[in-house]
Ligand binder design. Structure first.
Ligand code: ADQ
Length: 716
């Protein structure tokens, strides 16, 4: 399991390392899970651990694996991107979100470090389970290294609607990484819905909203709502065991308990309480609001100014209403033990849990578990995930001061019968859906979430392309190796299947569609292997083009490279032992190492790169190959533009629709050039980044697409 923090955090003091429990709901929730089940907890220990410093203790029945993060990294990764960007944005508090590219860079680095540590620790793991918004990029990196490992993510905070999530400049990267998981869990259905909407609209993933399954490229991910619970029995027994409240303290208590965070609505809550005292003066001198606040994120400026704001507000409300023997608000800015908390929950008449937004909120649940004596009343924000299930609470809108004040009044005056029945229903549910139930259901779902990819159907293509194609002429661009045929050890073995050939032929014969094959092979090579005379061909990644209505094109700088290519090929032949070989393509060449043994590959790649650069070529990695390309600023994107202009004139975009299907890095040049101008499809593994609008899992899916294009009907 990996989360930003370990369950405890260290501080360096004069006496040496001081260990404390880490604050917040995530640790409250996950510590018991590992305590019961064992495992390895990967996380940040709160300090930069120095050589020789021992941080694990023998008291934990699980392993600890610290990830070290320097102070400057914490500033950008944690205080920066996590807490100044993702935290407010995912809570839909967009005004507070700051976007800083330097923060993002460090977030990437640190997430990769967590991933690499998880990979190291994963040998015997039944499940790799990543937690929360600080580590959203971790799954993608793990998946690149462990294509088969069971991998799951739980998101502890809200997931906002598409219109908010897309404000994030790095939305695609985060979504793509999450889709590397087998299972992604959220607290409630609303967040699931938002997430599905985001991957569908941002990445063009295929989503089954009813089954809550996402197909993206070659992967399937299950998404689900798993409302977290608490250790109900623990809180119940702590509150039963706690000493009774002294008779002298007879004032009625309204209780708030939160990390000091602007999402928790502490300011709004205090104002609502003051409003109660205005609207219903009968509560004066009889009721107090006890607000507990755990210090949190004090390094972030917003949190420091929130603290000042609350201090001042408490002063002003107390100043306004206090009498000789009574102050309305008692504000305690510190952490309490679970025993003390349980006693305070039990003795409160009303719990005020009024966040402006909250993933779930455990305080509401802990309060309910502690109602072992006189039943209290829970006033709960509709905007907390907890409100989804805790329907028997008095639900309020925390932005509505008067409404909240009236709800507090109603809670304070509610008769015992109603209080008892509400609390009983709430307790029954929380006892049943406790932390154990949550853990089991999540782990159970994670172990069953190896869904098979749904084959692409006509419905998918209808959705994606029908409107786009409508009455237009279609110009279809297809890469060859890896797109129309599976990648083979030797290019000679990569031949079109009869079905694929038939589909291409039918499309080309329709009269309203032109087909071009754009390949890294030489022009002659690709023309021969496809062998359909009426198509357009672009060879050498577009450096040579020929086809109907197009003058034979050879990039003018190529002549300078013919001889050099021969020399380079000869020197690469020296590496040709162990099955590596050089494909000569006229002015360019490709060095293939697919047949070379794994342990020699790294050395071969490095040498090939050196020889290629020394000859004045650009070396570019491809599928088990290194390409040598002349550095003349021409790529598949330029070639596509050349073909479109030659065939349809400069205003081509007014008369034709373009579809491009490709599977490798060189096709990305075309995807980039065509973005917004075409529908583009990237074939293959979903973990690679792409500029394409959609993904196809494999060559079979390309065939399905071509067959759909072959028989599509033109509608008016
Ligand atoms: P948090 O935002 O930290 O958690 P929450 O779920 O309410 O919020 O948990 C707070 C925890 O802090 C509770 O366990 C509570 O007992 C404890 N606490 C509160 N006041 C305290 C005090 N003064 N001293 C000591 N402890 C105190 C995030 C999400 C939530 C989600 C959880 C779990 O923001 O929405 O419910 O993770 O997924």
């Amino acid at each position: 399991m990996a989360s930003n923090r370990l369950p405890f955090t260290f501080q360096r003091t004069a006496k040496g390392l001081e260990r404390r429990r880490a604050p917040g709901g995530l640790v409250s929730a996950l510590e018991p899970v590992l305590r019961k089940r064992g495992g390895t907890w990967i996380g940040w220990p709160g300090i930069d651990v120095r050589e020789g410093e021992q941080i694990a203790s023998s008291s934990e029945p699980y392993q600890i694996s610290p990830v070290s993060i320097s102070e400057t990294e914490i500033e950008r990764y944690y205080h920066g991107l996590s807490n100044r960007t993702l935290w407010p944005l995912l809570h839909s508090l967009t005004d507070r979100a700051r976007f800083d590219g330097a923060d993002w860079g460090v977030y990437v680095d640190v997430n990769h470090r967590f991933a690499d540590e998880a990979v190291r620790q994963s040998k015997h793991a039944g499940l790799i389970w990543i937690h929360d918004y600080q580590l959203m990029l971790t799954p993608g990196r793990i998946r690149e290294q462990l294509p088969q490992a069971p991998l799951a993510f739980f998101h502890h905070i809200p997931f906002p609607p598409f219109d908010i999530f897309r404000l994030l400049p790095w939305d695609r990267e985060l979504l793509r990484s999450l889709l590397a998981c087998d299972l992604i869990g959220f607290h409630v259905r609303g967040y699931v819905r938002n997430f599905l909407d985001c991957v569908e609209r941002t990445l063009g993933a295929r989503v089954d909203h009813r089954k809550m399954v996402v197909d993206y490229g070659d992967r399937t991910t299950r998404v689900g709502a798993f409302p977290i619970g608490i250790e109900f029995d623990l809180f119940e027994s702590l509150s039963t065991a706690a000493p009774a409240r002294p008779e002298s303290e007879r004032e009625r208590v309204v209780l708030g308990a939160d990390r000091l965070d602007y999402t928790k609505g502490i300011v709004e809550r205090m104002r609502a309480f003051a409003r109660l005292l205005e609207l219903h003066p009968e509560h004066r001198e009889k009721v107090v609001l006890i607000q507990l606040a755990v210090p949190s994120r004090a390094q972030v400026a917003e949190y420091r100014s929130l603290k000042r704001e609350i201090d001042e507000l408490v002063g002003s409300i107390n100043g306004r209403f206090a009498t000789a023997g009574w102050s309305p608000i008692r504000y305690l800015y510190r952490s309490f033990s679970q025993q003390r908390l349980a006693a305070m929950y039990r003795d409160a008449d009303v719990a005020l849990v009024t966040p402006l937004r909250d993933g779930m909120n455990l305080v509401a649940k802990e309060f309910v578990a502690c109602q072992v004596g006189e039943p209290g009343v829970l006033v709960l924000s509709r905007l907390a995930g907890a409100a989804d299930t805790m329907r028997e609470a008095l639900l309020v809108n925390p932005y509505d001061e008067d409404g909240t004040a009236e709800a507090i009044h109603r809670a304070l005056t509610m008769d015992e019968g109603e209080r008892r029945s509400r609390v009983a229903a709430l307790r029954r549910r929380e006892r049943r859906d406790d932390l154990d139930a949550w853990t089991s259901s999540f782990i159970e779902a994670a172990s069953h979430s190896r869904d098979a990819l749904q084959p692409l159907s006509d419905e998918d293509f209808d959705d994606w392309l029908r409107e786009f194609l409508k009455t237009y002429r279609l110009s279809l661009f297809l890469d060859y190796d890896g797109t129309l045929t599976p990648l083979q050890e030797h290019p000679d073995k990569a031949l079109l299947s009869p079905e694929m050939r038939k589909a291409i032929r039918t499309i080309a014969n329709r009269g309203d569609t032109d087909v071009a094959i754009v390949s890294g092979r030489s022009l002659e090579g690709v023309r021969q292997v496809v062998g359909e005379s009426e198509l357009t061909y672009a060879g050498n990644h577009g450096l040579e083009v020929a086809g109907p209505d197009i003058d034979h094109f050879i990039h003018e700088d190529l002549v300078h490279y013919r001889e050099r290519a021969d020399e380079l090929a000869n020197s690469l032949d020296a590496l040709a032992a162990h099955g590596a070989w050089t494909e000569r393509k006229g002015p360019t060449l490709t060095f293939h190492y697919r047949a070379a043994p794994e342990n020699l590959r790294e050395g071969l790649i490095e040498e090939a790169h050196q020889l290629i650069s020394a000859a004045g070529y650009l070396a570019r990695g491809a599928h088990c190959a290194v390409e040598a390309r002349p550095p003349i600023g021409w790529d598949k994107g330029r070639a596509v533009l050349h073909i479109l202009r030659e065939r349809y004139g400069p205003a081509w975009s007014e008369s034709v629709r373009v579809i491009y299907v490709g599977d490798d890095q060189t096709d990305e040049d075309a995807f980039r050039f065509l973005s917004g101008l075409a529908e583009t499809f990237r074939v293959g593994p979903a973990t690679t980044a792409t500029m394409a609008t959609r993904r196809l899992p494999d060559v079979e899916a390309v065939r399905a697409l071509l067959e759909w294009l072959a028989r599509r009907r033109v509608t008016g």
